[in-house]
Design a protein around this ligand. Sequence first.
Ligand SMILES: *[C@@H]1O[C@H](CO)[C@@H](O)[C@H](O)[C@H]1NC(C)=O
Ligand SMILES: *[C@@H]1O[C@H](CO)[C@@H](O)[C@H](O)[C@H]1NC(C)=O
Ligand SMILES: *[C@@H]1O[C@H](CO)[C@@H](O)[C@H](O)[C@H]1NC(C)=O
Ligand SMILES: *[C@@H]1O[C@H](CO)[C@@H](O)[C@H](O)[C@H]1NC(C)=O
Ligand SMILES: *[C@@H]1O[C@H](CO)[C@@H](O)[C@H](O)[C@H]1NC(C)=O
Ligand SMILES: *[C@@H]1O[C@H](CO)[C@@H](O)[C@H](O)[C@H]1NC(C)=O
Ligand SMILES: *[C@@H]1O[C@H](CO)[C@@H](O)[C@H](O)[C@H]1NC(C)=O
Ligand SMILES: *[C@@H]1O[C@H](CO)[C@@H](O)[C@H](O)[C@H]1NC(C)=O
Ligand SMILES: *[C@@H]1O[C@H](CO)[C@@H](O)[C@H](O)[C@H]1NC(C)=O
Ligand SMILES: *[C@@H]1O[C@H](CO)[C@@H](O)[C@H](O)[C@H]1NC(C)=O
Ligand SMILES: *[C@@H]1O[C@H](CO)[C@@H](O)[C@H](O)[C@H]1NC(C)=O
Ligand SMILES: *[C@@H]1O[C@H](CO)[C@@H](O)[C@H](O)[C@H]1NC(C)=O
Length: 441
Amino acid sequence: MRLLLPAVLLSAVHRAVAETQQQPTVTVLNGTLGGASCASTDVNYFLSIPYANAPVDSLRFAPPQPYNQKYNGALDATTAAPACPPFNSVFNESTAESEDCLFIDVWAPANATASSSLPVRVWVFGGENEAGGISNGLYDGCFASTNTIQVSINYRALPNLTTASQGNAPYIQAINCSSTTTPNSRLTCLCSTPVDTLVTAFLANTPQAFGFVIDGTTIPAAPTHPLVPSIIGSTVNEGTFFVIDDLEDAASLNASTYVSWLEGLGIFSAAEVAAINETYPVTLYADSFNPVFASMAAVITYGNFRCPARQVAASAAAAGVPVWTYSYGHTPSCAWYKDMAADATPGASWPAYNASASMGVNVLNSTQWDVGTVDYSICAFWDNIIGSVVGGPVPAINGTNSTGNGSSSPATSSGSAMNASQDWSFYMLFLAAVTVLGLGW
Ligand SMILES: *[C@@H]1O[C@H](CO)[C@@H](O)[C@H](O)[C@H]1NC(C)=O
Ligand SMILES: *[C@@H]1O[C@H](CO)[C@@H](O)[C@H](O)[C@H]1NC(C)=O
Ligand SMILES: *[C@@H]1O[C@H](CO)[C@@H](O)[C@H](O)[C@H]1NC(C)=O
Ligand SMILES: *[C@@H]1O[C@H](CO)[C@@H](O)[C@H](O)[C@H]1NC(C)=O
Ligand SMILES: *[C@@H]1O[C@H](CO)[C@@H](O)[C@H](O)[C@H]1NC(C)=O
Ligand SMILES: *[C@@H]1O[C@H](CO)[C@@H](O)[C@H](O)[C@H]1NC(C)=O
Ligand SMILES: *[C@@H]1O[C@H](CO)[C@@H](O)[C@H](O)[C@H]1NC(C)=O
Ligand SMILES: *[C@@H]1O[C@H](CO)[C@@H](O)[C@H](O)[C@H]1NC(C)=O
Ligand SMILES: *[C@@H]1O[C@H](CO)[C@@H](O)[C@H](O)[C@H]1NC(C)=O
Ligand SMILES: *[C@@H]1O[C@H](CO)[C@@H](O)[C@H](O)[C@H]1NC(C)=O
Ligand SMILES: *[C@@H]1O[C@H](CO)[C@@H](O)[C@H](O)[C@H]1NC(C)=O
Ligand SMILES: *[C@@H]1O[C@H](CO)[C@@H](O)[C@H](O)[C@H]1NC(C)=O
């Protein structure tokens, strides 16, 4: 993703004046931003700063165009930005929505000056590339920005529908732009269709995630092969979120529904279902409040998050890119991320990941984090399953194979059929689709 972060703005934030009773202001090329101070930390914030012209009408599918206006007087930078229109309900924000949504939020310590040289952390929210927004209360930077500058970016979830070749044909047809023959007339049709119609048509016609489209422009390559020092890992119960709906009817979950859930994902062969059922039997979670739910969650946690994370970490390590891994059982202190933003390492106490030792940090709970082995021992199992599903070998993870560097060909559709020559980066794309299909989004 190419971001048009106005560098001038970031440096201007350093000039923010710390005056507790006064509104913090920052002057940038386009005018003056009037921010506000956090209630319980010495941090100032500046919300809803436009970084691009409103992506409406003919700009709906265009890359962000640099903001070219002056503020009319001081810009009120105290109000939460609207979220871009959501294409699913799971990450649908409770804040206002608008297509005019290309804003950033910035937090900075109240005492920051031009010479503070603070690290800048950029937060790109998640949401299946279908929804989400910077104004989610969880992304408030008041606590995380006492010693760094934090920037969070709104971006459109809208896929690039301007080419029919990206798996979008049924969708384009549903909004009746299919009869338009030339790309230009199709684009005109797509740009003039009300966004609500696009959303409704998506919900009714496209049972797959947008995923990310490697279009060679906005996303030049699969982001599964880190080229810069990186921290990557997963959360111990990540999968629960994706099967949480099943809890509504928890009493009806049993060993048979578990198997039919695996089958219903529509991805695994009978042999693979049997193998997963055997590796993650309901009896393994007998102590859980709902063993079937726990098994389903574990399949997602390991198959969709932990083992793909290990693939990416191992790929980076094999290519000589420094990488650190973690397992989170609790929201961690942010100190590591401050260090990471400052000098591209999370500090000496966090050993770098390599495939032979698999060291990292296990955050157990609010008081205890342990440096030790991050447990990826089940991942050979998932590598085999996924290798079999995608019809090609997943590279061995033992530090000897550096082919994970990724010369992947551009994805032509998100989450659909793959061929054997495509590399393991589809591991992630593929399993993202598993999750989404499983939910019937
Ligand atoms: C969408 O695709 C069209 C045609 O390939 C391209 O011209 C345009 O730049 C793309 N938009 C974005 C945001 O990448
Ligand atoms: C607004 O700021 C941007 C940089 O952030 C600059 O490129 C642009 O020229 C400015 N526009 C005006 C009208 O000042
Ligand atoms: C998102 O939430 C709003 C408000 O609750 C609702 O009107 C809208 O239909 C939802 N959109 C989706 C895609 O679920
Ligand atoms: C800002 O305040 C923090 C404590 O809140 C302090 O550690 C830091 O040195 C101060 N920075 C400057 C530039 O005064
Ligand atoms: C597309 O055209 C059909 C047939 O005219 C119509 O029933 C349908 O509502 C149209 N869809 C949209 C999204 O306008
Ligand atoms: C499992 O649950 C399903 C759906 O609730 C039910 O139809 C089935 O009889 C149950 N099977 C067993 C073995 O309890
Ligand atoms: C799934 O595993 C259970 C034991 O946990 C076994 O009884 C059942 O036959 C298995 N089902 C399939 C389809 O493999
Ligand atoms: C792998 O990590 C372990 C533990 O930090 C370390 O002792 C070992 O030297 C590392 N191996 C390589 C090849 O870097
Ligand atoms: C954190 O985990 C450790 C080890 O399991 C345990 O001894 C400790 O009581 C836990 N603390 C909290 C606050 O849960
Ligand atoms: C590394 O992986 C590639 C692609 O899977 C394979 O062709 C090659 O033989 C492997 N090399 C080693 C040393 O395992
Ligand atoms: C790496 O893994 C491959 C495939 O599992 C195996 O053939 C090879 O012997 C392993 N190499 C080392 C050094 O462990
Ligand atoms: C990794 O990829 C980069 C960019 O495509 C390329 O320049 C480099 O040679 C590759 N390294 C290896 C070890 O294949």
